[in-house]
Design a protein around this ligand. Sequence first.
Ligand SMILES: Cc1ncc(COP(=O)(O)O)c(C=O)c1O
Length: 451
Amino acid sequence: MTIRLSDLGKAVRDTEYAVRGPIVARAAELEKQGREIIYCNIGNPQSLGQKALTWNRQILALCEYPELMELAPSTFPADAIETARAILAGSKHGMGAYSESRGVRFIREAVAEFILERDHIGVDPDAIFLTDGASKGVQTILRLLIGDARDGIMVPIPQYPLYSATITLYEGRMVPYYLDEANGWKLSRAMLESSFAQAQAAGTDVKAICVINPGNPTGAVLDEDNIGMIIAFAQAHGLSILADEVYQENIYLPDDAFVSFARVLHEKEVKDVSLFSFHSCSKGFLGECGVRGGYFEFRNVPEDVAAQILKLQSVSLCANLAGQAATYAMVRPPKPGMPSFPQYAAEKAGILDTLKQRAILLAEGLNRIEGIRCNVIAGAMYAFPSITLPTGRTDFDYAMALLEATGICVVPGSGFGQAEGTAHFRTTILPPTEKIRRVVEALGEFHRNFR
Ligand SMILES: Cc1ncc(COP(=O)(O)O)c(C=O)c1O
């Protein structure tokens, strides 16, 4: 007899991941039938035409096939060759060998320097783990924190479904806290306290709070005061913090800046809150989703717990080496004066400028449609507009009908969670600018008809 669905654990069957759910499956079917689909469902920049940075690809090519240094030396600038040589020497055995479980130490030292330059704070390279994308890091830390069916993890609503899916898979409890749509999706201490109190009343042992900054799907950017408030909240209730900072380079408003949790924790001299911060090669201006590179860094974690993290990571041996090399390329970009700098700077500015233009174009376009309201897209790669629906219709119906009518593939708001009685969808800002214009136009017409 073959394996049956009923043989599988309930946790696996209950796990949901909306970003690749039934609407995307239907989009793939339609595409097979010859329909043009505009995929706005997932933050996967290179699938929508964003080019990889030349610097990254030169480093990866040279690391994977060092013979190129001799075979085609004139194809590669001297700084890329030197960087690849340094990575290979640091890795000791090249791209085809396991590294130590935390990742190549030489690369972790570069990550530590990156954090030092960004935040002016010291970092222990042994508190940095290189991971196959941020997702693996988040899963490792949630695995660590959820030990019992009563263990709860506070997650923003709306959230990125990695969190809900992993908490379900590890059989913990998701404790939702609501972001305030009317207030630019910011979060308040009152809302955190109310969510914590409700969880406690339900017998949940709340272990940690996850924060996504800049936010997915909200696009909101937290300021230093907001971060300080969250740290104080975590301190008051003995919670760990998971700071998902994968969109730290995607900030579009001139008055906003990325502030890391690590920096605020350090400045406030908080020693009794454990912090896990995540970063990735998939977002920012790199968009190297397929390379699976990233890292997490922890602070205020006692040695015996750090040893357990190392043990957990050892079970998967190590992160993939190409992802580790890409992480090095991310944290060690060419500096002014280096041969690769002008091209790197131009490519970086080009990508960030178009993302910024698209963020404005999309939010303004959506707000022109009667029955759709969209907050300013301050950061990240998404819009999460609220929609007015005819009675009896859900946002899932809306997203499916939108796909059938226009070929635009978005994710229903219910996949991210939303306040009772509201409906949304999430779209990325990633399609080329001309397509974003078409998306806005087609959405306007569709929305009028749907209502
Ligand atoms: C908030 C957030 N965290 C983590 C990830 C996962 O990124 P990675 O590709 O590094 O696993 C994503 C991907 O979209 C994301 O939006």
